[in-house]
Structure formats: C-alpha cells, structure tokens
Design a protein around this ligand. Structure first.
Ligand SMILES: [Fe+2]
Length: 172
C-alpha cells in the first residue's frame, strides 16, 4: 500500500511498546515535562556551583557539582523512556523553556544560603512531580518507567535532605 507523505512523517517515530495509546500519550507527555524540569534544575544547580561565594565555598561548590551530575545523569534515560514507549521528547532549548515548571534564576548575585534554599524547594517540587508520574505509571502498568523513577525519587530526597540539613538554624 502506498503511504502518503503525511503518513510517513507521522508514523516513523511510533515505537511499538505494547502499552495503550492513552498510556503512551500521558506518560511520554509527563516524562517530557519532567525532563524539561530536570534540565532547568541541572542548569540552575551548575549556575549556583559556578557563582557560589563565601566562607563555605569549597563545600557548597562541590556539593552542587555532585547534585548537578546526578540530575544530568537522569536526562538521557528519561528521554529514551518516552521514545521506547512510542512517544517523542525534547528537541531544543526553546522546547525546554516552553515546558519547564522550575523557574530560572538569572540574578547577578544570590546569597549562598538563598541558593541552597531555592534548590531545596526546587528539588522538593521535582520529587513531587516524579511521585505524580509514578502514580500514572502504576495506573497503566508501566513498571520500567516506575522503576527508574524510584531511584530518582530516592536521589532527589537525598538532595533535599543535604540542603535541608545545611540550612538548619539559618532561618532559610
Ligand atoms: Fe565545576
């Protein structure tokens, strides 16, 4: 059967995952939004790593490098989950900007404690988004995405824990 140009354009990226069309749509859309958040938080974490200042510079600078590495390591597996399911994923920086729910911080100077407090809140939001996506995966029986999320939620909780403890007693 001869395919039309439109069919060829739209059919070529549909990976046959065995999950329902609803599952593919909902999980890949939520994964892509989550991926935009991860890139936004990765870059903010590196921004604060690069622009850290003050007495605890070494500790904070190194902590944020670790946390940035953790976030970056999520990006490729998360994007590839969307493709394995049969969905599509991010295509550009503009695509990230249009989807991200974690706000950028372009301020000229941010106090070290403000940096850590902002990251604590952002990582808390990211964990909440991952738990919500995990619920969606459970509803559709997508155990592989759920399994990846479980480790990422654990890592996110660890980032929040460290940031929370560092800020204990600072009023932030
Ligand atoms: Fe660095």
């Amino acid at each position: 059967m001869e395919q039309t140009a439109k069919t060829r354009r739209t059919a070529s990226l549909k990976t046959p995952s065995g999950l329902s069309e609803d599952a593919v749509r909902d999980i890949s859309a939520a994964s892509t939004t989550l991926l935009a958040d991860v890139f936004a938080l990765y870059l903010k974490t590196k921004n604060f790593h690069w622009h850290m200042s003050g007495a605890n510079f070494r500790d904070y600078h190194l902590l944020l490098d670790e946390q940035g590495d953790q976030l970056f390591a999520m990006t490729d597996p998360l994007a590839e989950r969307a493709r394995k399911l049969g969905g599509t994923t991010l295509r550009s920086i503009g695509d990230i900007a249009s989807r991200q729910r974690i706000a950028d911080n372009d301020a000229e100077f941010v106090h070290p404690h403000e940096m850590l407090a902002e990251l604590r809140e952002d990582n808390g939001s990211l964990v909440a988004s991952m738990r919500a996506l995990h619920d969606t995966c459970d509803d559709y029986g997508d155990v592989a995405t759920a399994s990846l999320l479980e480790n990422w939620i654990d890592e996110g909780e660890r980032r929040v824990w460290f940031l929370f403890e560092i800020l204990r007693g600072t009023n932030r």
